[in-house]
Design a protein around this ligand. Structure first.
Ligand SMILES: [Fe+2]
Length: 180
């Protein structure tokens, strides 16, 4: 059976539209509600585990398992926007409510009042814009957490930072395959 030219044009447009933050948040919310998929993630008490998912509109998506006490460290996602949502357990996000200069610095003294924190219990998540700087942790001493993440465009690289008090230091730029 042939597809009419008008119908294939519509399909091509739909598949090339860049997913928005709202689209990504909707995707992670729907994915987290898929109990069978969430249960399929292998969990390891020694470290994080992950499975790559097919995100909407060519986005990069991951299912991530977090044993108690694990976290990402401070990082950003460069030009990508994203969303993540806790499917099981609870995650804590520490973030900066400020846009950092993108280049040309190695250490930066953070202004007062830009630290934010969010507790993301099961079913809670957030979307974020470009250059969002955060760290995500499972602060539980007992319970594994599982979360769903989506990024668009797919992550070209992640800038990693260390932080001592108010001083943020750029440590390295990682390729996505080094991460997660
Ligand atoms: Fe992140």
């Amino acid at each position: 059976m042939s597809v009419s030219p008008s119908l294939s044009a519509v399909a091509a447009d739909a598949s090339t539209a860049a997913p928005t933050q709202a689209d990504l948040l909707d995707f992670v919310r729907r994915t987290a509600a898929d109990a069978e998929l969430i249960s399929s993630l292998p969990l390891d008490p020694e470290g994080r585990t992950w499975v790559r998912l097919e995100g909407p509109g060519g986005s990069e998506a991951w299912l991530i398992g977090w044993p108690p006490g694990t976290g990402t460290g401070w990082h950003d996602h460069a030009e990508s926007v994203g969303a993540f949502l806790t499917a099981r357990g609870a995650l804590k996000e520490y973030s900066l409510a400020a846009r950092l200069p993108t280049d040309g610095w190695k250490t930066l003294e953070l202004a007062d009042g830009i630290d934010r924190e969010r507790s993301l219990t099961a079913g809670r998540g957030r979307a974020f814009g470009r250059h969002h700087v955060h760290e995500v942790l499972n602060e539980s001493t007992e319970e594994h957490a599982v979360s769903v993440h989506a990024y668009y465009p797919p992550l070209p690289g992640i800038r990693r930072y260390s932080r001592t008090g108010r001083v943020l230091r750029l440590e390295q730029v990682e390729r996505p395959e080094d991460w997660q």
